[in-house]
Design a protein around this ligand. Structure first.
Ligand code: TXA
Ligand code: MG
Length: 331
């Protein structure tokens, strides 16, 4: 496995690698993706293998230009078109009827495909050089914390990828918002980097998939529906905001994951914790999202007995952050 900085030569090489069936880890504005040619089933199968991902979970297909949409989906509705034109490139994934050519392995046999046009210039250049559409889940082992740096990918997937392109830390830090456009009204399958308000301003009200445990044999419409996800190896306990600072001081080695500087309280922070991380000292939700997975990785690497995290306010990206924290707390 090689790690390269994104210059012209490495972007071309990454694209060529994908075109010839290789696996390339590439930076997007949300998280790092593990990319393969979406039309090459052998390459896509290697993605599932590298992630140890259950094959019932479908992948997102990435394109580099709006004009490529017809290679992936069948006739997007006017509402879907309106979203693409207003919010792409960006952290928004749309579920649409798939073209017959799209392999069942990518969509888990669903008649729909999830597609997105990422905002990261490096991702777009690699996809463009590949000359194809790129199926790319987050570049982490299934169920584990998502990667927001090239080092995260190298540590978690190492030799299971052919090349990692290092585009620095991801700007958004949580995965894209996933929206099912094949139902009326459109349905939010996963809260993420694109604010729901921006979406509803364009297409009107969106329904939310009711949370709750899945029934046996039921197909998850997204890992949003899987109970445990984005999880560190260290058990993570989720608390109401403010409760953490007040919590009875633990005797075990506990790490604290706080939202903002205010959570530290007048004493300058809850004492008795083996390690403390603050998502955003100033309480900025954008900064908090960008820090989330990196701080979870850090705390997970300290060999702690538990991680205690507090919920963040539900505003803006807060819904996506709380979703990830909740899933990380389920074992
Ligand atoms: O930000 C992101 O979306 C990142 C970067 C790499 O683009 N990718 C990502 O992929 O998070 P992944 O595989 O970790 O999550 C894909 C999500 C899952 O929730 C999956 O179930 C859902 O998209 N999905 C994919 N195809 C679908 C389909 N046809 N219908 C419903 N949900 C689908
Ligand atoms: Mg993922």
């Amino acid at each position: 496995m090689e790690i390269l900085k994104p210059d012209d030569a490495s972007l071309m090489r990454a694209g060529a690698l994908i075109a010839s069936g290789g696996l390339v880890a590439l930076p997007t504005e949300t998280v790092y993706g593990l990319g393969a040619d979406a039309f090459n089933t052998l390459a896509v199968a290697r993605v599932f293998e590298a992630k140890a991902r259950p094959s019932f979970d479908p992948l997102i297909v990435h394109i580099s230009a709006l004009s490529d949409i017809d290679r992936v989906v069948r006739k997007p509705s006017p509402l879907a078109r309106a979203l693409m034109e207003a919010l792409w490139p960006g952290p928004l994934t749309l579920v649409l009827p798939k073209r017959d050519e799209m392999p069942d392995l990518v969509t888990s046999g669903l008649p729909t495909v999830a597609v997105r046009l990422p905002a990261h210039a490096v991702a777009r250049a690699i996809i463009a050089w590949s000359g194809t559409a790129v199926a790319a889940p987050s570049a982490n082992p299934f169920g584990y914390i998502s990667p927001t740096t090239a080092e995260h990918v190298a540590r978690m997937l190492g030799d299971r990828v052919d090349l990692i392109v290092d585009g620095g830390p991801c700007r958004v830090g949580v995965e894209s918002t996933v929206l099912d456009m094949t139902v009326e009204p459109p349905c939010l399958l996963r809260p993420g980097g694109m604010d729901l308000g921006m979406i509803e301003a364009i297409i009107g009200p969106v329904s939310r998939k009711a949370p709750g445990p899945m029934r046996e044999g039921e197909q998850p419409a997204g890992p949003g529906q899987l109970d445990s996800h984005y999880a560190p190896r260290t058990p993570l306990r989720l608390m109401a905001r403010g409760d953490l600072a007040q919590a009875r001081k633990p005797s075990a080695r506990i790490g604290a994951l706080l939202f903002e500087g205010l959570s530290l309280g007048a004493s300058g922070g809850p004492s008795g914790f083996a390690a403390t991380r603050v998502l955003s000292p100033s309480g900025d939700m954008v900064e908090a999202a960008a820090s989330l997975f990196a701080m979870m990785h850090e705390l997970d690497g300290l060999g702690l007995d538990e991680i205690w995290a507090e919920r963040v306010p539900e505003t803006g990206l807060g819904a996506a952050i709380n979703d990830r924290l909740f899933k990380a707390s389920r074992k």
